[in-house]
Design a protein around this ligand. Sequence first.
Ligand SMILES: COc1nc2nc(N)nc(N)c2nc1C
Length: 308
Amino acid sequence: QQAKMLELNRLLKQYAKEYYEQDQPSVTDAEYDHLYQELVALEAAHPELKLKDSITQEVGGRVLSGFEKVKHETAMLSLGNAFNYQDLVAFEERIKKLVSGPITYNCELKIDGLAISLKYQDGKFVQGATRGDGKIGENITENLKQVKDIPQILPEPLTLEVRGECFMPKSSFVELNEEREAQGENIFANPRNAAAGSLRQLDTRVVAKRNLSSFIYAVATPEALALTSQSSGLAKMNELGFHINPEGIVCESIEEVWNYIQTYQEKRHDLPYEIDGIVIKVNEFALQEEIGYTVKAPKWAIAYKFPA
Ligand SMILES: COc1nc2nc(N)nc(N)c2nc1C
């Protein structure tokens, strides 16, 4: 076993050197991960034999043997869907039955990535998680630390949780598939799969090379920031250093919402990331509370899905 550990360490250090210094690894990520996991397992089985300079002890060589589960304090919900103008009119009619007074709509691009939750304690990023089943997600904090536009420290010592989408820009997706093709590895079908596959990596150094990005779209703890609307919430999160999608607008009517949808049904082909629709939300938080939720989704929001 000791000999095996020595051999694995020698190989992995050689591969890591190729990967990080010479940028032409002689093995694929998958082979590297496999060997790495073999060493992690060996060390777990024989801790007394673990080499003190083992590659698994190196800073940055954060390799998990799996992801812990985390419970979401407030469930990460899904969205009801709309597929045409009539669905949007029906959405507004349902809402108008539940509230009096003027309603405005915050319209946001629906990024084709995967939902993430980010928790901050006294202004420090302490936990990142996947949506999972909405109640229980996976702890991918170490991987999300490799996403460059996710702030590690906030300008104020706030304790809050935000939610958003982690995605791979189109250009990075093309590059990654070219690399994988060159190494005879299977390519990803779309940027969403590439992002999901990257965040599932157990070796944070692989994640660091995948050029993932994020757009934050909600504060899960709005009371933490005394916010009154979705649009002001996004502005505040932007000030705090979160990456907020710049294409969102406030609409005064469903007609305006429909114009926005038509605009992006075309414009989306020119965006540097993939979107699969538009999310329309009642902008005022007081009205959102009045309108409420179904078991699985807010009644004050709807996702208009672009035709595939
Ligand atoms: C309020 O809940 C949500 N808001 C969202 N907003 C945007 N922009 N994109 C999403 N995918 C999204 N998903 C959910 C569940």
